[in-house]
Design a protein around this ligand. Structure first.
Ligand code: GDP
Length: 365
């Protein structure tokens, strides 16, 4: 590691130099975490701090929500339950786009715009890629530089543990805590490369798709499903000599959207151009989002969608708990390892192997 890049070599730690250090010897158990010296807070203490809008308490509570430890989860679930009556009073906006589309740059610009009128903003993320590749697509670089230091913004990276469903559920729960802490704008960012959009779509009121122009085949390579979910498509980097291409892409997206069936909300998704980097057209994007919220609050769709999302998350939570209960059973784990080998060696069919393991599980619970 380049020692000068270490966070503690920042100006604020002047006088200290932190070296990269040596790699851990393999004899050290990487899963053994040092015991926290701080005692666990009670759920009552956490809720009190959250309702006061205390950011340190909010961060601690979110850490417990993200934790896999059963003791942490017990407290986290109590906190969520107690915060629920104080939640719901926000605009939840999902933002997606492929890597490089300009999500961080744009969220920084949108965020500052939103905060101009006061209020508070929480920026959360869903990046399930970190589990598979052990490195996140959303990136380790400093993102959203201006929001990161804004006193009314709470920027939290994606929870990293577990399946997509698990990661998304933690983000969903974190929304509740943020709202209870007075955050009336919630952005949920996602990588824009797959299923994570569906998860984000199921927890936000408005879904914004960031696109780029200039490749000539804008409409290819975008999953139709993602376009169908979008309440607004915005073409970023409409600046300099890219403006004409952005306008062309805008026209293409508009005509493509006309071929889609009408949305459940009755809202006709809009397509706009803007530049996150040069702060151009940000206000227009936000006016569109305002129009959307007025529209769906008027026709009742806003409430209806939130109720349906609550139902969706009930089932998601059940599914996730069942899955975890099954896969964390030590005997099931052992049996699965054996069955895996048998299936790989063609000694047993996948169906009978699955049946054996499930039969065993159900007969023991
Ligand atoms: P992300 O991967 O989607 O979060 O994208 P980033 O926000 O990191 O942006 C990717 C690259 O595009 C960076 O080099 C940005 O400086 C650049 N970029 C972002 N927004 C704009 C814009 O509006 N105009 C131009 N010209 N470049 C931009």
């Amino acid at each position: 590691m380049d020692q000068h890049k270490h966070i503690e070599n920042d100006k604020q730690y002047i006088g200290l130099t932190v070296n990269g250090g040596v790699a851990q010897p393999p004899s050290v158990n990487p899963y053994l975490k040092p015991r926290s010296r701080r005692p666990l807070p009670t759920s009552g203490e956490l809720v009190e701090g959250i309702l006061k809008g205390d950011v340190t308490t909010l961060s601690r509570a979110v850490t417990l929500v993200e934790s896999l430890s059963p003791a942490h989860q017990t407290i986290a679930q109590e906190v969520i339950e107690k915060c629920l009556p104080y939640s719901g009073n926000s605009r939840r906006i999902g933002i997606t786009g492929v890597p490089g589309a300009g999500k961080s740059t744009s969220i920084d610009a949108f965020g500052l715009h939103v905060l101009k009128d006061g209020g508070k903003l929480a920026v959360l993320a869903i990046d399930p890629s970190s589990e598979r590749t052990k490195g996140s697509i959303l990136g380790d670089k400093t993102r959203m530089e201006r929001l990161a230091v804004h006193p009314s913004a709470f920027v939290r990276p994606s929870p990293s543990a577990g399946s997509l469903g698990g990661v998304a559920r933690k983000t969903r729960e974190t929304i509740v805590l943020c709202e209870a802490a007075g955050y009336n704008n919630i952005f949920v960012e996602t990588v824009g490369v797959g299923q994570s959009e569906t998860a984000v779509h199921s927890m936000v009121d408005f879904f914004l798709l960031i696109q780029l122009a200039g490749t000539g085949d804008e409409l290819q390579g975008i999953k139709r499903g993602i376009m169908e979910m979008a309440d607004g498509i915005v073409i970023n980097k409409a600046d300099g000599d890219n403006i004409d291409r952005a306008r062309l892409a805008q026209a293409q997206f508009r005509s493509a959207l006309h071929l889609f069936p009408p949305t459940l909300s009755g809202w006709m998704p809009e397509v706009l151009c803007y530049s996150g980097y040069y702060d151009l057209g940000i206000e227009e994007v936000w006016e569109m989002i305002d129009r959307y919220f007025n529209f769906v609050k008027e026709n009742g769709y806003f409430e209806q969608k939130r109720r349906e999302q609550a139902r969706y998350w009930m089932f998601e939570t059940i599914n996730e708990k069942l899955r975890r209960h099954f896969y964390n059973d030590p005997e099931v784990e052992q049996m699965l390892r054996e069955k895996e080998v048998r299936v790989l060696n063609n000694q047993q069919s996948s169906f009978t192997a699955a049946r054996d393991v499930l039969d065993f599980y159900f007969s023991h619970h």
